[in-house]
Design a protein around this ligand. Sequence first.
Ligand code: PXP
Length: 238
Amino acid sequence: MAKLSVNIDHIATIRQARGVSEPDPVAAAVLAELAGADGITIHLREDRRHIQDRDVSILRQTIKTRMNLEMALTDEMIDIALKTIPDSVTLVPEGRHELTTEGGLDVVLLQNTLKQKVALLQQAGIIVSLFIEPNIEQIKATHKVGADYMEIHTGMYCDVPTASGRREQLGRIELAISAARRLGLGINAGHGLDYRNIGAVVALPGIEEFNIGHSIVSRASLVGMERAVREMLELVKG
Ligand code: PXP
């Protein structure tokens, strides 16, 4: 049965819009866990637009399930991860002007740096996942640099407007899952998944964990965090 890690970045986005102390992502994490979430994901961005360093440190002390820290491949972030020791790190590409993470990491291009940094994080006991497009060359490179997991970028599947386009993107995800399985690489997935589009992805066997943020926090703003998480859990776990 697949797991759900709830990304609570946008609770912090609302807080930062006012520069005050609420809503608190720590409270959101507690409620998500009470509703049954298997883990909590946060993305500490270089520009600190939502999650702050203080959140990372308090969440490390309060999360009872598993903490997944999404971050860019920079020396600053590697230092923070080594001080925090989250259960897992997901390395993502980051651009200052993007609204959210666009595209996957180019693992083929970054192989040498990644090999070193993945090993460094793993030596500290951290599980390492790389956020990549469902592309065979990227999957092979992810395996080659020693990562434990790939997180399949589901954005293209979620954004495509036609049924035939969606089928094509699901086919790419399915091929990515088989390739990763052959290599013994763990498989997570996320980005753009919501209550309507997740069903077809859950139906593909082999994905261990889904990382979902925007759709859950959006629904939580109307119906409450626990209900929003429980409804997504029903879809993820059937
Ligand atoms: N996975 C990764 C690597 C991400 O960068 C994000 C966005 O922060 C997500 C999953 C969650 O995406 P969404 O907010 O669209 O559910």
